[in-house]
Design a binder for this molecule. Structure first.
Ligand code: ZN
Length: 216
């Protein structure tokens, strides 16, 4: 079976996404790119994550041609494929309908550096305007939004994150939702202190050092 590991990872992370409360129902979708084969594994459209089997995962070429899988791919396939075109360094894309990210996305507010963990997004998380789900306009605007970031809010819709692999892209989705919640709740209590560029530069420096120490 082609991309068997990627299919298994997609099933595991789709269920993780649902159990972590990052989405509701069959909303949200995940893809993984196998760089050497030039193929993308993506969750199918409107199938319950708990029911997903390896053979249900859609396998596509980067031009969108489906080469395997029992179901049609996610309705947001264009969004995933354009992200891989825009960012050659990424290996996974996660799209969630997580509550606090959606609240910010409905207010067209960016998520500022209210907590150093915003560093997972590589900066404040901007919000693109509303476009209908599944539309090419949404795909284009979203892929532009992740050009220099690992996360972008989709106006009146949800959150899109990218990463070097699925573990990374999923962590960004989990953490940005957490920071969105912190921003929402601290804003209810007052005016949260926002970290400045110098603070964030130090965070990136420490992230790099931490990553290097992890590899030993
Ligand atoms: Zn969506």
């Amino acid at each position: 079976m082609i991309l068997e590991k990627e299919r298994a990872d997609l099933i595991r992370y789709s269920n993780k996404m649902a159990h972590a409360g990052l989405t509701r129902g069959t909303g949200g979708n995940i893809s993984i790119l196998n760089h050497s084969k030039g193929l993308v594994a993506i969750t199918p459209s409107a199938v319950d994550f708990e029911e997903l089997k390896l053979e249900d995962i859609a396998i596509l070429k980067l031009d969108g041609t489906q080469v395997d899988g029992n179901y049609v791919p996610s309705s947001e396939t264009n969004m995933h494929l354009l992200c891989y075109k825009k960012r050659e360094d990424i290996g996974a894309v996660v799209h969630t309908h997580s509550l606090y990210s959606i609240i910010a996305a409905c207010l067209y507010e960016e998520i500022p550096p209210v907590h150093y963990l915003i560093g997972f997004a590589k900066g404040p998380v901007r919000c693109i305007p509303y476009f209908p789900f599944g539309s090419l306009e949404l795909a284009e605007a979203a892929s532009e939004g992740i050009e220099d970031r690992n996360a972008v809010l989709l106006g009146n819709h949800g959150l899109l994150t990218v990463g070097t692999d699925i573990r990374h892209a999923f962590s960004v989705a989990e953490i940005i939702e957490y920071v969105a919640e912190i921003h929402y709740k601290t804003s209810l209590k007052g005016s949260p202190h926002i970290l400045d560029d110098d603070d964030m530069a130090e965070v990136y420096h420490r992230f790099d050092a931490y990553r290097k120490s992890e590899r030993r």
